[in-house]
Each structure stands twice: as C-alpha cells, then as structure tokens.
Design a protein around this ligand. Sequence first.
Ligand SMILES: Nc1ncnc2c1ncn2[C@@H]1O[C@H](COP(=O)(O)OP(=O)(O)OP(=O)(O)O)[C@@H](O)[C@H]1O
Ligand SMILES: [Mg+2]
Length: 260
Amino acid sequence: MNTIISVADLSFKYNNDEILKNINFEIEKGSFISILGPNGSGKTTLLKNICNLLEPYNGSIFIDNEDIKDIKYKELAKEMAVVHQNDDLDFDFSVYDIVAMGRYPYLKRFQKESSHDFDIIKKAMIDTEVWNLKDKNIKEISGGEAQRVMVARALTQQPEILILDEPISHLDIKHQIGILSLCKKLNRENNITILMTIHDINLAGKYSDHIILINNGKIESIDTPKNVLTEENIEKVYGVEVEIINMGSDKVPYIVPLAI
Ligand SMILES: Nc1ncnc2c1ncn2[C@@H]1O[C@H](COP(=O)(O)OP(=O)(O)OP(=O)(O)O)[C@@H](O)[C@H]1O
Ligand SMILES: [Mg+2]
C-alpha cells in the first residue's frame, strides 16, 4: 500500500477532556475516504489534527512518510488543502480575491499572480460554479455559495490531498452531487486523495472507497461502505434503527430509518 496519511496512536484533549482516544489508521494515496459519526464525536478535531491546526498530546501524523511537525507551512499547503466546516468569512474581499488566496503557497513575497495562476483560479471557479460571483463581496453571498467558494480556493492550491469538513452541509441536491462528483473526478483523473466528513450516510456510501466510523472519539469501524454501513453499526453509533437496502448493480448500501 502506498500510504499518504498515517495516523499513529493519536490522542487529543481539549482542556482535560479527552476528545480523541488512541486513533490509528492509514490512508492509501489516491483513495476517497469519508469520516462518519454523530455530532460531537470528534470528526472535526481529527481533521484539525491531520492538518496540523491542533497538536495531539500523544501520537503522530505522517504525511507522505514525513512527520507533520517537520513539514514547513508553505510545503504543507502545496501538499494538502483544507475546506473547514465553519470558515469565518468576515472580510472585505471579493470572491475572486478569496479564491486567489489559494495560490499563496506558490507565490514569493509580494509577487502578483501570473496568467498561469489566473487560469488555475478561473478553472477552479468554473468547476465549482462560482465564476459568476467573482466580483461580489464575500460577505454578500449565500451559505451554499460560500461553501463552493471555499472548495474553489482549496482546488487552486493544487493539492495531493484534499480535506473537506462537511463540504455539502449547506448545498442543494444539485450542488451536493456537483461537489462530490468534482471530488470523485479529481480523485480518479488526478489521483488526489480525498478525506472528508459528511453527515449524509447514503452519499458517503455511494462515493467512498472506505468509511471511517467514529463514535465518542474512537474508531468504531473502518472498512468498505458495505462492511461499515450495517444495521448493527448504525444502531450502535447513532442509536437509530435502520434498514439497509442494497442499491443498483454495485449493491451500494442505502440506509432507510425505520422510525418516523
Ligand atoms: N474549541 C473547543 N474547545 C473545547 N471543546 C471543544 C472545542 N471544539 C470542539 N470541542 C468539543 O470536542 C468534541 C468533538 O467536537 P468536534 O467538533 O470534533 O465534533 P464533530 O464530530 O466534528 O461534530 P459535528 O458533526 O457536529 O461537526 C465535542 O464534544 C465538542 O464539544
Ligand atoms: Mg465537525
């Protein structure tokens, strides 16, 4: 296995609260991985550890076999782009300027974007359907538009690894499929590793190679969607009774809640 992310014996505390408890897993380069789990189970905390925004009190994270603590900020930003769950967009910048900031790791101090940078920015904005918003103030767009703008910014970093924390939570169904399909295309055609959290279990099952199911700061199950998304696991982790239907020729598990 060509491992691109390795999480070893990771434990994390906020104050004295242990939020992540001895997490271990490896992610293969070029795979599409979703992290599922209830609210407050530790998904965002895990992603923030993986992108070096939070520091574990025990354990290590390796990116391409290098300890994340030894990777310089700009180098990490070329390797990994992150779309956060709640980005504070309270700036006086245009949508275009916000997306263009993704090119920062490639520019020298005070260097302006070149026409090559412009082409990358424009393509990312067209792919995420935000090019028409380019001159608007970032404060004056909708929640779903802002989410797509942040995906566009991450794409301009041209990362090997794309980390997304609930990238479709504010999107309508067309744009949900649009963003997930774009991630799948980048994954298949450019071998970009995708690691995302997502609350839609059925979409996670449809798009992911593997699912990491987290419960209360521990990994409950990590495997293919078929093996993770079982009635037992869903009931144990979410406390909800469901029936699983296997959809289509590839038998993707589809979760139907039993209670109304
Ligand atoms: N800055 C913080 N300080 C203290 N505790 C925090 C902080 N951020 C999160 N927590 C706590 O850590 C736990 C895990 O939070 P986290 O945001 O990782 O959950 P999550 O699985 O991403 O949830 P959601 O599905 O709601 O996004 C929660 O109990 C939360 O209250
Ligand atoms: Mg979260």
